[in-house]
Design a binder for this molecule. Structure first.
Ligand SMILES: Cc1ncc(COP(=O)(O)O)c(C=O)c1O
Length: 397
């Protein structure tokens, strides 16, 4: 529906406000990039290598019981933002136990890992224009970190992926007094790990702070799953801050920032996604606490998740597939086109195996990928079946 607008708007066409969406949808369709929501039934029988439930805890009776108990005791929602009515004693318990588990001085729980990242990035930039802050950001950081950089009102220097040398060069050349290096601990597409010890050394040499998104490291890396900072000897460091999500290894929902107490206190005062967001629902707090306590009792789950990932990767590589070498629990298999990736994932699904399918723009390069996530609770038979199904349905090159 278009007609020429001759009522004073120049030669602007009078199309309906959302007509342009149809053209955008056509472009997506012809590029093979349409995304589809697929509500799953509760009793789905598929072997799931697509979720982020790395420790196999999302349906563990102790985790679901803890969620139910918390909802029964505290209600279905937090009732308000954290500074008004949305902080319960359960939130405080989770913050204390999470900080202790990861070796941080303090922790602050958010409604998601996404909002935790926005909070850390925006609040850790010095608003004093006389000081100035540069954020040095790994080129393949997660979207939530990129959005945090955009919101932070600081200069952002994007540096080569996993390159302490590039970080050093950027930090040394900066005109700003303050600097914050931000990186994923484990990158979500290929499962490769950041060189955190070398990054931390670069930061220290140049008076910069380090912010690490440990979404894919918590529960998988470090002693007993205590995270990537612990694995790198950086837990409790005075110049390092971590963010985590509660929605992967801990089988719940929500996020947290962990770090020096003065950082956490500053976030309470200054982080808009903390102040203006309803607190995390009690059921999610309860589930995360239940999972954390279970992990403390069963630390071997972390090593098992890493072992399953290595097993998947080496068997798929042996079958000739172009597969990543995992540093944590994520394994990816490159595919030559988005259409082929989609067809491959669909063929796996038809045979009872759920795998992730990453296509542009969610990948760092032109390669689409099948994304597989290891789970600590996968049996050897399930691993063998997954490998059989993936190799048996692989597209011809
Ligand atoms: C690296 C990374 N950071 C942050 C997030 C966001 O966490 P949440 O899902 O809890 O918002 C995700 C994914 O979900 C992630 O993969």
């Amino acid at each position: 529906m278009t007609a020429t607008d001759d009522t004073g708007g120049g030669n602007r066409t009078a199309e309906a406000p959302f007509d342009w969406l149809d053209a955008a949808a056509d472009r997506r369709r012809s590029a093979g990039l349409v995304r589809t929501l697929r509500p799953r039934p509760a009793d789905e029988e598929l072997l799931n290598l697509a979720g982020n439930d790395y420790l196999g805890l999302v349906r563990h009776p102790r985790v679901t019981r803890a969620a139910a108990d918390a909802a029964l005791r505290w209600g279905g929602g937090a009732t308000g933002s954290r500074l008004v009515t949305g902080s319960t004693e359960l939130h405080a318990e989770l913050e204390a136990e999470l900080a202790a588990f990861c070796g941080a001085e303090a922790a602050l729980v958010f409604s998601s890992g996404y909002t935790a990242n926005l909070a850390a990035l925006t609040a850790l930039v010095d608003p004093d224009p006389a000081a100035g802050t540069v954020i040095v950001s790994d080129a393949l950081n997660h979207a939530s970190l990129i959005d945090g950089c955009r919101l932070a009102r600081a200069r952002v220097a994007r540096v080569a992926h996993r390159s302490p040398d590039a970080v050093r060069a950027e930090l040394a050349a900066r005109p700003e007094r303050r600097a914050l290096l931000v990186t994923d601990s484990v990158f979500s597409v290929d499962g490769d790990a950041a060189p955190l010890a070398a990054h931390a050394a670069a930061c220290r040499d140049h008076g910069a702070a380090l912010l690490v998104d440990d979404a894919h490291g918590l529960g998988v890396l470090g002693p007993g799953g205590s995270g990537a900072l612990a694995a790198a000897g950086l837990a409790g460091a005075p110049d390092v801050v971590a963010t985590v999500t509660l929605s992967k290894s801990l089988g719940s929902q929500g996020g947290a920032v962990l770090g020096p107490r003065r950082v956490i206190e500053h976030l309470v005062q200054a982080a808009r996604t903390f102040i203006f967001d309803t607190g995390l629902a009690p059921a999610s707090v309860g589930a995360a606490l239940g999972a954390l306590r279970l992990l403390r009792e069963e630390p071997e789950r972390a090593e098992r998740a890493r072992q399953v990932a290595r097993e998947l990767s080496s068997r798929l590589a042996a079958a000739g597939l172009d597969v990543s070498v995992p540093d944590a629990a994520v394994v990816s298999v490159r595919v030559h086109s988005p259409e082929a990736a989609l067809a491959w994932a669909a063929a796996c699904r038809e045979r009872g195996l759920l795998v992730g399918c990453f296509r542009p723009p969610s990948v760092p390069d032109r390669w689409s990928r099948l994304r597989l996530t290891a789970r600590a609770d996968l049996t050897d038979d399930q691993i063998a079946r997954a490998v059989r199904l993936i190799t048996g349905t692989a597209p011809a090159r």
